[in-house]
Design a protein. Structure first.
Length: 558
């Protein structure tokens, strides 16, 4: 019996001792300057560090929940002897020699006393390099009194955890537009950052830092179906299709995170400035599709720019599940902190009314939920903004599922769709398209007014039409570019005040008389411009109308 108790005690002691250590895989560190090829330095294949560049310092991070003694050992090797490292932990410096060995060997570095709980770093610096490499390091082992409650990312995925704000909306609300503003503080915008403003079930829209010299405004929409990586495997009936895009916007397919349509505009946005985003949804239940369009406000010209419009199949719904996020999309600099403030969120209903969003839930990706990375945060500010941050190995704030309410700003979006950042180039393009059609004898014109062309097909014998009249007409409308008919009167004529119609009608119809027929060729700026107003009318479309004026009722004098 005594032997049994002794054996149990020894086994329990061994288990307790094993628990008093944390082993960090060599591939979970970070190099400064960052490596150009991660797999050559931080191997996902075997989890080791293959360190060759003496100009790089390598850092590892962990969180200690209690103070106390902590020892550090390296499991390392090199092909030749002579490499020497300087190791820094908790303010103490150690010098370590890397032996020549065919297999990894345990090298004791030293002991420190952690003065408090919190994040700590282990910093490795090359004092001397011998051979092709400085060292191969399989792992770093932390042991001792303070090691009993340590946590760290032990996976080779080194990205900071993505964090989200999911805005609360009633299920019955039919959202046709989602508006948001972003401000990224100075110093919180490292490379490989994605600050997403207006996300929804089928896509996302925001801004990125793609390199030291390039920044982008990005908008993407997912295909239908469940294909995770290869868009070539997606049926055409499930693929999103491009409807329109802005000037200098790049569009292409994407994969490996689901598949879909991608668009981006290279734009040098600046930290410290506030940027406005709006995404719209135009559902079409007849075709079970929805057109999602993204617009970015360019502060330098104080106009809106169409980024892209995509038709999403297998949809036919309004915009669902609005949210924002902050993402680190490359692990090479996952140790750096990224932060953004999100302000003045609004959604527009199908009735045209706007509603402010003041309630949201905090969430994170699988890396955050598994607590591989706990340096994440989200919440609200005293002046009514939401904020999100990740990385930096700072103490976290906000837990998964926390609900945050912000102060109302009562600053409803005032979007002037006629202020198109691409208007000058679009006008030139429209003019050329019309001229080419006339030259090819597809169209004929009698005259023009303010850029709107018209052709009198049949002279009227009644009164001249005035812009203040209420007109009764038969008409047919089609898109000049592809000839697709988008609307026509059928069983009976249409009657409406001319003042309420698009600018092109207001300019051209007064060139006709009652009883006359007129063809009107309307450049996009005098039609629907960059807006997506119909599933058959792409943004920036030149429209053609054949109109028969049946009656014109004069406005009542005041």
């Amino acid at each position: 019996m005594r032997s049994f108790i002794l054996a149990v005690f020894i086994l329990s002691f061994l288990n307790y001792t094993d628990a008093q250590e944390l082993v960090l895989p060599g591939a979970t560190g970070y190099a400064v300057p960052a490596e150009k090829n991660s797999e050559q330095v931080f191997s996902e294949k075997d989890g080791s560090l293959q360190w060759s560049d003496p100009a790089q310092k390598i850092s590892y991070f962990f969180f200690a929940r209690k103070k106390g003694e902590l020892s550090l050992a390296l499991n390392a090797k090199n092909s030749v002897a002579g490499s020497k490292l300087r190791v820094k932990l908790a303010g103490k410096l150690f010098t370590v020699d890397i032996p020549a060995a065919d297999s990894f060997r345990t090298i004791q570095v030293g002991k420190v006393a952690l003065p408090d709980s919190g994040f700590y770093s282990i910093e490795l610096e090359a004092v001397k390099k011998a051979g092709a490499r400085i060292a191969s390091i399989a792992s770093l082992k932390l042991a001792g009194e303070a090691a009993g409650d340590l946590s760290a990312n032990l996976k080779t995925r080194r990205n900071a955890a993505s964090v989200h704000m999911r805005y609360h909306v009633l299920d019955t609300f039919k959202t046709i537009a989602f508006y948001n503003e972003i401000t990224v503080p100075a110093g919180s915008d490292p490379v490989h950052s994605f600050y997403m403003a207006t996300g929804f079930t089928r896509g996302y829209f925001g801004m990125q830092v793609n390199s030291a010299t390039e920044r982008r405004i990005i908008f993407s929409v997912w295909d239908a179906g469940k294909e995770p990586a290869d868009r070539k495997k997606v049926a055409d009936s499930n693929k999103v299709s491009l409807i329109g895009k802005g000037e200098d916007v790049v569009t292409e397919s994407f994969g490996n995170e689901g598949t879909g349509g991608h668009s981006h505009w290279v734009y040098n946005w600046k930290a410290g400035e506030t940027y406005k985003f709006v995404v719209t949804a135009l559902p079409d239940s007849a075709t079970t599709s929805t057109i999602y369009s993204a617009y970015f406000y360019v502060p330098e010209v104080q106009k809106w720019k169409l980024i892209a419009a995509f038709r999403a199949p297998q949809d036919g719904r309004y915009l669902l599940n609005p949210y924002s996020f902050v993402e680190n999309f490359s692990g090479s600099d996952g140790q750096l902190q990224r932060k953004a403030f999100f302000s003045n969120q609004w959604i527009q209903g199908s009735n045209g009314n706007w509603q402010e969003l003041t309630k949201a839930s905090f969430s994170s990706d699988a890396t955050g939920r598994a607590k591989d990375r706990i340096d994440i945060g989200g919440g609200t500010t005293a002046d009514g903004k939401y904020f999100l941050w990740n990385g930096g190995f700072q103490k976290g704030e906000g837990r998964y599922g926390n609900v945050f309410n912000r102060l109302e700003q009562k600053q409803k979006p005032a979007i002037d769709w006629t202020k198109n950042a691409d208007s000058a180039k679009q006008a030139t393009r429209d003019k050329k398209m019309i001229a080419d059609s006339v030259a090819a004898k597809k169209l004929d014109t009698t005259g023009s007014v303010e850029g709107v062309y018209y052709h009198i097909l049949q002279a009227g014998t009644g009164e001249a039409v005035e812009v203040t009249d209420t007109v009764t007409v038969n008409y047919r409308g089609f898109v000049l570019n592809d000839g697709v008919e988008f609307d026509r009167t059928k069983d009976k004529p249409a009657t409406f005040p001319l003042k309420r119609l698009i600018r092109g009608w207001q300019l051209a119809i007064p060139k006709s008389k009652v009883g006359g027929k007129i063809r009107v060729i309307i450049p996009s700026a005098q039609a629907y411009g960059m807006r997506t107003r119909s599933s058959k009318i792409p943004p920036n479309s030149v429209l053609v109308f054949d109109i028969e004026v049946l009656a014109a009722k004069k406005a009542k004098l005041p």
